[in-house]
Structures are given as C-alpha cells and as structure tokens.
Design a protein around this ligand. Structure first.
Ligand SMILES: [Zn+2]
Length: 86
C-alpha cells in the first residue's frame, strides 16, 4: 500500500489505526496527516471517545450499507469543512 495522503485514504485506515493494527510506519503517516488536518483530528478524537463496547455493538448491528453511507457522509462533511476553512 502507498502512503495515505488524502482524508479519504486516512479514514479508510482509521479503524485499524485506532485499534493499533497498522504497521508503525503507516501509523506514523496517519499521525502526520492528523496533526496537519483539523477535521481528521477531530474525527479521530470523537472516534476514540466512543467506547470499544459501543463500537463493537455498532459493528454488530450496523449493516455494511449503513456503515458505508456513514463513512461517505463523514467524508463529505470533512471535505466541506476543508473547503470552507482552507
Ligand atoms: Zn484529513
């Protein structure tokens, strides 16, 4: 896999990142991006604040189609935020 550069690529890796399942070099790349990208940083903070139990329940009860829509919604919100904020 190439280095993640965009918010989309970073969000695709977010669950593995938060779960500590990424290789350390990739993890470092994500941290660089999050350090530079306020919307992503906010999203990571929110995601981390969600308890693992809650995430497990969500993962179990949320159909993939809903999860995919949630991801695309979050991405569009991040893109909007970037477009307005610079
Ligand atoms: Zn970002």
């Amino acid at each position: 896999m190439s280095h993640p550069k965009t918010c989309q690529e970073c969000l695709d890796l977010l669950t593995d990142y938060v779960d500590g399942e990424l290789p350390s070099d990739l993890q470092g790349r994500l941290e660089e991006h999050f350090g530079d990208c306020q919307p992503c940083e906010d999203f990571v903070a929110t995601y981390r604040a969600t308890s693992s139990v809650c995430r497990k329940v969500l993962a179990r009860t949320m159909p993939e189609s809903v999860a995919a829509r949630l991801r695309s919604f979050l991405r569009s919100e991040i893109e909007k935020d970037k477009a307005s904020g610079g």
